[in-house]
Design a protein around this ligand. Structure first.
Ligand code: NAD
Ligand code: TDX
Length: 328
């Protein structure tokens, strides 16, 4: 798998070690978003780490040749960074996926490509339709456009070259090992530090939250039972607006409900994402194990309280970069 030292990738590694007998080779460039610590303590006969770039065709070719299946998580993943410096998003998300596809084509290797609901653009707050596998692509940011590009490459390589691939598009993940640049960890760690949560714009933007553990179980199921060439949307019916989420975090810490700051909005900020995961549930029988967002959030807060050593070294630089954009 690629990107296994990142937030969702490392959760997937832990899931596979716990729930299966597979051996995993992680290819990860160890960018600022990665964490070696997230893979520490795992059995060395089950998990190995190769430090390298998914856009390095020769390296990828050798690793794919030696694998039964590839799960491709590696990406530049933060929308805000894509607005400051889009180049790495094109290189990793598009060129990197191209190299994975070429290797999968040469070796006939089963591939699962990890993507996002953001490829579909955004919904109105009162739109009765949620995203489905039939929703037209309409990405807004350099990040989501690069992910959409990677999905299109996968679809083309399936159709033109018979690559044996599936795709999943998941909603917003939360859980352990998520970088403090992202919304939920940023607000939890701000409150731990006695600072106020920082909410973009008016805070009415809606995200559809799913625990990373549930993303992992869905990916493993699709890898085994998904129909080749198909796309599956992954979501746990977790729609909340950003003010609701901040309100829960403040409540958890016993802080006043209005103890947050509204800050400069994100350029092109998508209003609402919402996933209809009926296909995954009906065809493959998937169900989330964290259907209760508030309970999952409470566990995640406890995890950040217990893992201050892990996130503390990244907090100051992350906040400085938000401050430079008027978002702190
Ligand atoms: P992340 O930023 O936490 O981790 C990305 C990992 O990829 C890091 O370990 C990084 O070092 C690695 N990486 C980056 N560039 C690389 C390269 N060129 N070569 C090799 N490795 C490289 O991201 P995440 O939030 O865990 O997201 C993982 C995947 O899931 C991405 O494809 C993302 O688009 C997708 N996704 C994320 C979410 C979410 O809410 N975070 C939701 C849906 C889909
Ligand atoms: O400080 C903040 N304040 C704030 O209001 C931050 C960092 C974010 N936000 C808002 C922006 C979004 O409406 O919170 C919401 C969530 O923001 P992010 O955590 O940056 O996630 P988002 O942009 O929705 O994208 C995430 O979900 C889809 C992941 O980062 C992507 O990789 C994934 O594809």
């Amino acid at each position: 798998m690629t990107g296994g030292a990142g937030f969702i990738g490392s959760n997937f590694v832990h899931h596979l070690v716990r729930e299966t007998a597979v051996r995993i080779t992680v290819l990860d460039k160890l960018t600022y978003a990665a964490s070696r610590e997230s893979l520490e303590g795992l059995p060395s006969d089950r998990v190995s780490l190769v430090v390298g770039d998914v856009a390095d065709g020769a390296l990828v070719d050798g690793l794919v040749a030696a694998s039964d299946a590839v799960v491709h998580f590696a990406a530049e993943s933060h929308n805000d960074n894509s607005l400051t410096e889009p180049g790495p998003f094109i290189q990793t998300n598009i060129v990197g996926t191209f190299q994975i596809l070429e290797a999968a084509r040469r070796h006939g290797t089963r591939l699962h490509h990890i993507s996002t609901d953001e490829v579909y653009g955004d919904l109105e707050l009162d739109d009765p339709q949620r995203f489905t596998e039939a929703t037209p692509y309409n990405p807004s940011s350099p990040y989501s456009a690069a992910k959409a590009g990677s999905d299109h490459l996968v679809r083309a390589w399936v159709r033109s070259f018979g690559v044996v691939a599936t795709i999943s598009n998941c909603s917003n993940n939360y859980g352990p090992w998520q970088h403090v640049e992202k919304f939920i960890p940023r607000q939890i760690t701000n409150v731990i530090d006695g600072d106020r949560p920082k909410v973009y714009g008016t805070g009415t933007n809606v995200r559809d939250w799913i625990h990373a553990e549930d993303h992992s179980s869905a990916v493993w199921l699709i890898l085994q039972q998904g129909r080749i060439g198909e796309t599956y949307l992954i979501g746990a019916d977790g729609e909340r607006n950003n003010l609701d989420v901040v309100g829960r975090i403040l409540e958890h810490f016993g802080r006043p409900a209005d103890d947050y700051d509204l800050v400069t909005d994100r350029a092109g900020h998508d209003l609402r994402y919402a996933i209809d995961s009926s296909k995954l549930r009906e065809e493959l029988g998937w169900r989330p194990t964290y259907p209760d967002f508030e309970a999952g959030l409470a566990r995640t807060i406890a995890w950040y309280q217990a893992h201050e050593d892990w996130w503390r070294p990244h907090k100051q630089a992350t906040e400085a970069s938000y401050a430079a954009k008027g978002q702190a």
